[in-house]
Design a protein around this ligand. Structure first.
Ligand code: ZN
Length: 374
């Protein structure tokens, strides 16, 4: 009897542990259905971030099965050691007299010259068209892609089109048309001089559809120092018409800007005269079996969505056990104990029953009819 009680107790512990474990990991699946509760709604555009579910009815591709952005699950990303490295050419625009920066009502866009290219990393050369940003608010980080469901404060996208096509709009509808380089923007202690070249003139483009000219600079410096560590998957434009023609590269390393610089991005631009342009990020989309590849094997450590360690070598800091690891160990131990207890119980039970069958006087069925027993 005692053994049965022990078994029941252990089973109960199992169920309890399994519940805790599943509730701690289920939040990772909730992202795709997260609702945008933004107050600001239609403001003269055909689409907005407040009603993302409505995109699919007006733009059929938005309902496809290779949509972007996605959550990048670092545990299931497949390490591909042979992913060719990314090599950029013509990104240094220091000699360019001016570049056009525009508030298009959805984002901040920097138009780029066709001399900027990705010359290694894909089957073809890809030509840069523009770069733009996605951001949130001081309360809500606004990157589009997430790493293990964690949003970063902002995200930069450098949009390129395949050089075998004439321009971005022609390439955008072709399966091999686009390559977008994406990187996360986090908060560091120091002002980022490279980002300041864009952020210092935001007040000039605060009104929707306004633009300004800024002097050329090295656009390479808007991306992380190392381009070696990245994730790769097939996806889409993250805005309508959501064409599923983007070969995505999301860099693992993060860019840092100061808190003040991030605030200027979050608070300066306007849409429709008096609404703040922020929270311009689409919710992560379902994978539908797509594979996310990684150019590197080790898992990054994401400690906080807004504060990112200042050291470049984040590798050294990933020794600790995660909550999931601890639960897995506890679960494993409990499972082991249960198996042992069950084996012990079964052994004893067998011993007992074999003893019973050996004793002819214990055979109740045959004894009932006899008088000796009465
Ligand atoms: Zn984008």
């Amino acid at each position: 009897m005692q053994q049965e009680t022990l078994l029941t107790f252990l089973l109960f512990l199992h169920i309890l542990t399994a519940r805790v474990y599943s509730s701690s990991s289920s939040s990772e699946e909730d992202e795709g259905s997260s609702e945008d509760k933004h107050k600001e709604s239609h403001h003269g555009h055909h689409w907005g971030y407040t009603d993302q579910k409505a995109w699919a009815s007006a733009f059929q591709h938005c309902n496809g099965k290779s949509q972007s952005p996605i959550n990048i699950d670092t545990r299931t990303a497949v390490h591909m050691p042979r992913l060719p490295s990314i090599m950029l050419d013509g990104y240094d625009l220091t000699d360019q007299p001016t570049l056009t920066l525009k508030n298009n009502g959805h984002t901040l866009v920097l138009k780029l010259p066709g001399s900027m290219r990705i010359v290694h990393g894909f089957d073809e050369v890809f030509i840069a068209d523009h770069l733009h940003f996605h951001w949130g608010t001081i309360e809500e980080p606004g990157s589009e892609h997430t790493i293990d469901t964690i949003h970063f404060p902002a995200e930069i996208h450098v949009v390129h089109y395949n050089s075998k096509y004439h321009n971005l709009s022609e390439a955008a509808t072709m399966p091999d048309g686009l390559a977008v380089l994406g990187a996360f923007i986090g908060i560091g202690l120091h002002e980022n001089d490279n980002y300041e070249k864009i952020l210092s003139v935001l007040t000039d483009v605060s009104i929707e559809e306004s633009n300004t000219q800024i002097p050329g600079f090295n656009v390479r410096h808007l991306l992380p120092n190392s381009l070696d560590r990245f994730y790769r998957y097939n996806g889409s434009l993250t805005t309508p018409p959501c064409f599923q023609t983007v070969n995505w590269t999301i860099f693992n390393d993060t860019i840092r800007v100061s808190r003040k610089q991030l605030a200027s991005l979050e608070e300066t631009l306007k849409v429709d005269k008096n609404h703040r342009l922020n929270k311009n990020f689409r919710a992560p989309q379902l994978l539908y079996g797509r594979q996310v590849q990684a150019s590197f094997s080790s898992r990054p450590l994401v400690k906080s969505p807004r504060i990112i360690p200042l050291t470049e070598s984040e590798d050294s800091k990933r020794d600790g056990l995660t909550k999931g690891d601890v639960l897995a160990i506890v679960f494993g131990i409990l499972f082991g104990i249960t198996v042992l207890a069950f084996v012990a119980y079964a052994y004893q039970h067998r011993k007992k029953s074999s003893k019973l069958s050996k004793d002819p006087h214990q055979n109740v069925i045959y004894k009932l009819a006899t008088k000796e027993e009465a």
